[in-house]
Write a protein of this length. Structure first.
Lengths: 272, 659
């Protein structure tokens, strides 16, 4: 089913489109350390794609390759059917890619609303001077952007903390604000780096629901890294499994779960 | 039933809520009827816009096949759209049945099955899921209408409809159905059913209280006049829509006087929205006032010492003269000046923070309010009053008139209400607001309401001879006798305990026994803050509840209550000899409380039987295992060893001689 270029239909009836991004034989080295070794996989339009693996498997490095932050020594990243050149971070954002971080990277002193508004920066066209005067076009633009921000605040149910400085929020809410900021950029591809790390069961359930809703409501393609197997299996359409920088499995959650290499990596192998 | 109502209600053709809506459009169509904060901005609808929204929905409902006499259940938090649903349902001759949105699927199944709702209008996916979960058992259920489409895209839409689409279809089919709608509206009269509300049911299954247009409109008319409610009043609708009070305030009185109903953005933003709206007419149960006061006190303790001294000084002054100034009594010039200054420095900013700057009429009811809490708000100059009511009375039985407000009474009979006290102390009333019947339950109807229209409240109380005010002691069935024959009124003692900010809930036992014992729930906010200031580390509610110093504090509170209880000769037997602090909060999900947070005494008694017998035993501690239900319905259990404490009691030579 995955090999047809037109995409496929998921178990719950969602239509998944063609390939958005393709990793072709990626190898990434830091000096003598090989973080990623000859990995290939693709991400299709509208799907939730997970990358899992034990600690140190190279998941975050992989996400950084997808986001364009790391440039692999070997292999190519194809985006919308063409090899992607080396890019600056703002160029990545302009291409419709947004991300959240494993260790939250918000502006602690700013309010939630202001943090979400920073996600709109790539959509602001007026110059610094016009913004400062806040007249005419700049004013209209700000109003329109605020509306987008407010819709996302409503969507993620963080109205009550709209004006609260981020530094005063508990961890679970910060994660949600970070998701809000990423969504404010209206990305086509959303990268989530361990969205559930450090959360309790209830927070994980909330976050899972938000991720599914984002995918459902906005049709956003999502690639995520996650530790918690249960969450991954419930959320994702397809899963890439990594271990020691190598790909050891790729397929639907069910396929991956039955894959012997994956079971060995997670549960260990006896050597007798 | 009293049929002699003349004047405005009924006779001007204002015999139904839809008729009032028409009048409001004609008389003040441009003034705001509803506001709701959404996307960070207050959106508003005038009466004219409201009427057109409701008409569109009503047409859409007819289009979907809603018949006269159908029951339409409405589930969700306070939103204009759901208020419109109730009026639209009525307009097409159906009966709206608002339900508690936090009810679990089982409770919801009972009610939906009992009224045989063919249509259900809900707020969001959460409620849709609940209804879908139970729909197989509901034989009459046909269509589900939802407001917020989020997360529902993938659902099977054969019986599922989006609210805005129903309205759009209604608008499109206007020519086809408008004649039918007008005909149905014209059939509504003073005796047709306005709404059916399920009582929370402190005992047994919920009962469906049927209220007619007469009940609702007569009550709205009389109570609006009593408090001089006006077109330019503002209320914040945040209490459950299934509760009769909300129906009367947000629909009855709002449609009668035409004032504006404001809906908060989300339950969490309620306090902030309250500030932004600044309601002039406000209702809250005692626990809301309590928690607000606790918040203020906690924040003051963290304030700088200058601010704290200023706060203490002016609050002491307000306590001395504030209530008198509010009641228009004589107060000295100097005191008035200091109060004025205090208003500038403390009361004004405090009221602003609380959102009470503009409150002209404030009510609390449902439970007894602590005298301290009550006078705190009144001393700030907030006209907070008490009322006593029931679903069966369409709220109002008694209310306090301006200038005659006290913490320990519930006021004089509301206009049109007659009151009678039975020999056993039970309070009876009769009024135009007396409910029609309990739906499909003639036995209970007959038990509650006699042929002459007198309704038993189930509460024991008496009328103060000097003032004519009613005082409520307890639930009539809970007032019992102790072994010695002395009166046992648990609620009376529990309320005294609950007046301490550290104590969230208390349950006193002792009926038929030689002495009283109590369960205590600590208030995690208040005690947690105290623990923080005293460097007491704790990992859970259970650990904090079992901390020896917390036990010491609570013991002091219990002993203080004993002193005050001992002062009342009739009730001095109700002093608490031993108590425990429970290891879990009493919770509606575990069935220990009703959804309106009233303790279900019998269930608590059965569930914690082992702890009660330990309280009457010699042992100093008890090990127990308790089953708990999580919000999603899963069950677990917690085990704990609880320390039992003895409390000092006053030795009173009782009036009743021991045999």
């Amino acid at each position: 089913m995955k090999d047809s270029s037109e995409g496929y239909t998921t178990e719950d009836g969602r239509k998944i489109g063609g390939v958005v991004m393709e990793m072709k034989n990626i190898t990434l080295r830091f000096g003598g350390v090989v973080a990623i070794k000859d990995i290939s996989f693709d991400i299709r339009e509208g799907e939730i794609r997970a990358i899992i693996g034990p600690n140190g498997a190279g998941k975050s490095s992989m996400l950084n390759v997808i986001s364009g932050f790391y440039v692999p020594q070997e292999g190519e990243v194809w985006f919308h059917g063409a090899p992607r050149p080396k890019m600056r971070p703002f160029q990545v954002a302009q291409q419709g890619i947004a991300r959240t971080f494993q260790n939250i990277a918000l502006f602690e002193g700013m309010s939630v609303l202001d943090n979400v508004m920073t996600g709109r920066l790539t959509h602001m066209k007026t110059g610094l001077f016009a913004q400062a005067l806040w007249k005419g076009k700049a004013e209209k633009e700000e109003t329109a952007n605020r509306e987008v921000a407010e819709r996302i605040i409503d969507f993620l149910e963080i109205q009550a903390i709209r004006k609260t400085p981020v530094g005063r929020l508990p961890y679970g809410l910060k994660k949600r604000v970070e998701l809000a900021r990423a969504l404010a950029a209206e990305p086509k591809l959303l990268l989530l780096d361990e969205p559930m790390a450090g959360m309790n069961v209830e927070e994980k359930e909330d976050m899972s629901r938000f991720i599914l809703d984002v995918n459902d409501e906005f049709g956003t393609t999502i690639a995520l890294i996650e530790h918690d197997m249960g969450v991954v299996m419930d959320l994702s359409d397809r899963v890439v499994v990594m271990d020691y920088g190598r790909k050891i499995g790729d397929g639907t959650p069910q396929e991956v779960r039955n894959n012997q290499a994956v079971i060995d990596a997670y549960l260990g192998v006896s050597h007798d | 039933m009293v049929q002699s109502q003349v004047g405005t209600g009924g006779t001007d053709g204002l015999v139904s809520i839809p008729a009032l809506l028409e009048r409001n459009v004609a008389k003040f169509g441009a003034s705001p009827a509803y506001r709701e904060k959404e996307f960070g901005i207050w959106q508003s609808w005038s009466w004219a816009e409201t009427a057109s929204e409701i008409e569109a929905l009503a047409l859409g409902l007819i289009n979907l096949g809603v018949n006269e006499g159908d029951f339409v259940a409405i589930i969700g938090r306070n939103r204009p759209y759901l208020y419109w649903s109730m009026v639209a349902a009525e307009m097409v001759g159906a009966i709206p049945v608002p339900l508690y949105q936090d009810a679990n699927a089982e409770e919801m199944a009972y009610v939906l099955d009992h009224c045989g709702a063919r249509f259900v209008i809900v707020a969001d996916q959460e409620q849709v899921d609940k209804v879908i979960e139970i729909q197989e058992d509901l034989h009459q259920f046909e269509h589900l209408i939802y407001l917020d489409p989020r997360g529902l895209r993938k659902y099977d839409h054969t019986h599922l409809h989006q609210y805005s689409h129903v309205q759009a279809q209604g608008r499109a089919a206007r020519d086809e159905w408008i004649g039918e709608l007008e005909a149905r509206k014209a059939k509504l009269d003073y005796d047709s059913i306005c709404v059916m509300l399920y009582t929370s049911g402190t005992t047994g299954k919920p009962k469906g209280v049927v209220l007619s247009n007469r009940n609702v409109i007569e009550t709205a008319r009389a109570s609006s006049k009593f408090d001089d409610l006006r077109l330019d009043d503002e209320i914040l609708a945040y209490l459950p829509m299934a509760w009769v009070g909300d129906f009367i305030f947000s629909i009855g009185q709002a449609y009668w006087t035409g004032f504006c109903v404001n809906c908060p953005e989300s339950p969490e933003t309620m306090m902030n929205d309250l500030r932004e709206i600044g309601p002039t007419y406000y209702f809250a149960p005692p626990r809301v006032f309590e928690s607000q006061l606790t918040d203020v006190m906690i924040r003051m303790e963290d304030a700088s010492s200058l601010k704290r001294r200023m706060f203490d000084y002016f609050m002491a002054h307000a306590k001395k003269v504030g209530p008198d100034i509010l009641d228009g009594n004589e107060v000295g010039m100097i005191d008035r000046l200091i109060y004025r200054l205090g208003d500038l420095m403390v009361y004004g900013p405090l009221k602003d923070t609380l959102g009470f700057t503009k409150v002209r009429v404030g009510y609390t009811a449902g439970e007894a309010i602590g005298p301290e809490i009550f006078s705190f708000y009144r001393s700030l100059g907030i006209n907070l009053k008490q009322l006593y009511g029931q679903t069966e009375a369409t709220v109002f039985i008694t209310a306090q008139p301006d200038g005659q407000v006290r913490a320990d009474t519930v006021g004089v009979p509301s206009p049109g209400v007659e009151i009678r006290i039975a020999d056993n102390g039970e309070v009876f009333y009769r009024s135009p607001g007396v409910f029609v019947e309990y739906y499909k339950n003639p036995e209970s109807t007959a038990d509650t309401k006699d042929a002459d229209g007198w309704v038993a409240t189930g509460d024991a109380g008496f009328i103060e001879e000097s003032t004519g005010h009613l005082r409520i002691i307890d639930r009539a069935k809970d007032v019992g006798k102790m072994e010695s024959g002395a009166m046992f009124a648990p609620k009376y003692v529990e309320n005294k305990l609950k007046f301490f900010p550290d104590i969230l809930e208390a349950v006193v036992f002792g009926s038929g026994m030689d002495r009283c014992v109590a369960f205590i729930n600590i208030d995690l906010t208040a005690v947690g803050n105290w623990a923080e200031r005293n460097n007491i580390a704790y990992a859970s509610y259970q650990e904090l509840a079992g901390h020896p110093r917390v036990l010491d504090t609570i013991q002091a509170h219990v002993e203080a209550v004993n002193v005050s209880v001992a002062e009342d000769k009739m009730l001095s037997g109700c002093q608490i000899h031993r108590f425990v602090i429970l290891h879990k909060e009493l919770d509606a999900d575990d069935g220990e409380m009703t959804r309106t947070r009233k303790v279900r005494r019998r269930i608590v008694e059965d569930k914690f039987e082992d702890i009660i017998s330990a309280l009457y035993g010699p042992s100093g501690e008890i090990s127990t295992v308790t089953e708990v239900t999580y919000e999603d319905g899963r069950k677990g259990s917690i085990s704990a060893t609880l320390e039992i404490r003895d409390a000092a009691v006053r030795d009173v030579t009782q009036g009743i001689a021991a045999e």
